[in-house]
Write a protein that binds this ligand. Structure first.
Ligand code: UDP
Ligand code: MG
Length: 151
C-alpha cells in the first residue's frame, strides 16, 4: 500500500487550519500512519527542497518553512500520492480549482498551506527524511474493508 508525506506549512498552523487540512485527507478515507508537530531546521528545509535549490524563490521558501512550526503527517491508501495531490490542488492557489485545499483556503503561491509528495519515489525519500522508521505505524483500521477493496 502506497504512502505519502504531507506537511501543513507555517501559514496553515498560524491560521489554525491544521485539523481542517488533515481532516480533508482523513475523511476521504486515507489512513493516518504518522503524525508530529515540530520546528523545521534550515538543514532539513534545504534537504527537503533541494530540487528547488537553483530557483529564485528558494531562499524565501526556506525562510518561510522554518519561520514557525509545522504539522507533518504520513497517509496511506491506494494511489495515495496522486489522490492527495488532487485534494491539495495546483501549486499556485490562483489556479487551484475550488474544492481543493489551496483553491478553497489560499491565495498566494508561497503561502499555499500544504506540501504533498509529487510521486511515489519522492514520497518514499521524503518520508525517510521526515520520519524515523519507528514513527511510521502500520495498523489495521476497522473500517479499511469498507473503504478500499485491497485493504
Ligand atoms: N513556490 C513559490 N514560488 C513559485 C513556485 C513555488 O514560492 O513560483 C513555493 C510554494 O510554496 C510551493 C513550493 O515552493 O509549494 C514548492 O514548489 P513546487 O513546485 O514543488 O510546488 P508543490 O509541489 O508544493 O505544489
Ligand atoms: Mg513539490
Amino acid at each position: 500500500m502506497e504512502r505519502t508525506l504531507v506537511i501543513v506549512k507555517p501559514d496553515g498552523v498560524q491560521r489554525s487550519l491544521v485539523s481542517s487540512i488533515l481532516g480533508r485527507l482523513e475523511i476521504r478515507g486515507l489512513k493516518l500512519v504518522g503524525l508530529k508537530f515540530m520546528r523545521v531546521t534550515p538543514e532539513l528545509a534545504q534537504r527537503h527542497y533541494a530540487v528547488h535549490r537553483e530557483k529564485p524563490f528558494f531562499g524565501e521558501l526556506v525562510a518561510f518553512i522554518t519561520s514557525s512550526p509545522v504539522a507533518v503527517a504520513a497517509f496511506e491508501g491506494p494511489n495515495v500520492v496522486a489522490v492527495v495531490r488532487s485534494i491539495v490542488g495546483a501549486t499556485n492557489p490562483a489556479a487551484s480549482a475550488p474544492g481543493t485545499i489551496r483553491g478553497d483556503l489560499a491565495l498566494d503561491v508561497l503561502h499555499n498551506l500544504i506540501h504533498a509528495s509529487d510521486a511515489p519515489d519522492t514520497a518514499q525519500a521524503e518520508l525517510a527524511l521526515w520520519f524515523q522508521p519507528d514513527e511510521l505505524v502500520t495498523w489495521q483500521r476497522d473500517t479499511d474493508h469498507w473503504i478500499a477493496a485491497e485493504s
